[in-house]
Design a protein. Structure first.
Ligand code: C5J
Length: 228
């Protein structure tokens, strides 16, 4: 049985149709100066280190014709899907909907809301806009995964303890087998990233598995060989 070497134990792969790559919120708002992440007082540069790793995974999934789903966090221009509690939280200099250097902060369609160029989706790849932290909240992600018969999710993106972890927990509760890529996710706070990696795969994988990208790529290779 093809598997990925992972914590807390090997992550068994389904037949190729069943596996998808989920890339969470690799958008300019979080990775570049002048966006939502920076408006909340964070140093956005440390998030950029994972871009080459996610790019490698994206290329591997594309080469195997496996589905890739990306998300962006953003709100309608009238902010009708942004609760005041979210807009007001943090008391930053720029709030959601305000005009910043990359357009309106965390608003769909604005320049800052775009996925970074390095990870731009192909025209036939799905990008899900989400108003919350979790990718299942008020989106059609679950419908799309069911339509594609996906049971296993390889999860990457930012930030580890916010949108990535929330999404992994939502997916786990819905019965998906989730693996978080250790060097394919990042946080503004290294200690929060580390704690998240430890807590998701504690207790025998209470939320899922963790593995490095190299192990994921080796697992994909074994899957390809097994299905030849
Ligand atoms: C945050 C996210 N951190 N994508 N969003 O607000 O994790």
């Amino acid at each position: 049985m093809p598997a990925i070497t992972a914590h807390p134990y090997d992550y068994e792969l389904p037949t190729a149709t069943g596996l998808a790559l989920l890339i969470i919120d690799m958008q300019r708002d979080f990775l570049e100066p002048g966006g939502f992440g920076a408006a909340l007082g964070n140093d956005v540069h440390r998030l950029q280190a994972i871009v080459p790793t996610i790019k490698k995974l994206q290329a591997a999934f594309r080469a195997l014709h496996l589905p890739i789903f990306q998300t962006v966090e953003g709100h309608q221009p009238d902010l009708s899907d942004c609760p005041p509690s979210k807009r007001d939280r943090g008391k930053g200099t720029l709030k959601i909907g305000d005009c910043g250097p990359m357009g309106r902060i965390l608003v769909l369609g604005e320049p800052g809301n775009r996925i970074i160029d390095e990870l731009a989706p192909l025209p036939d790849e799905t990008v899900i806009s989400k108003p919350g932290k979790g990718a299942f909240y008020q989106t059609n992600l679950e419908f799309l995964l069911k339509t594609h018969n996906i049971s296993h999710l390889i999860i990457t993106g930012v930030t580890t303890e916010v949108c990535v972890q929330t999404t992994m927990r939502e997916a786990n509760d819905r019965g998906y087998e989730c693996l978080l890529v250790e060097d394919g996710t990042e946080s503004y706070f290294p200690e929060f990233k580390q704690a998240t990696l430890e807590m998701v795969c504690a207790q025998g994988g209470i939320v899922g598995w963790c593995a490095r990208a190299q192990a994921v790529l080796a697992g994909l290779n074994s899957l390809q060989l097994a299905e030849r």
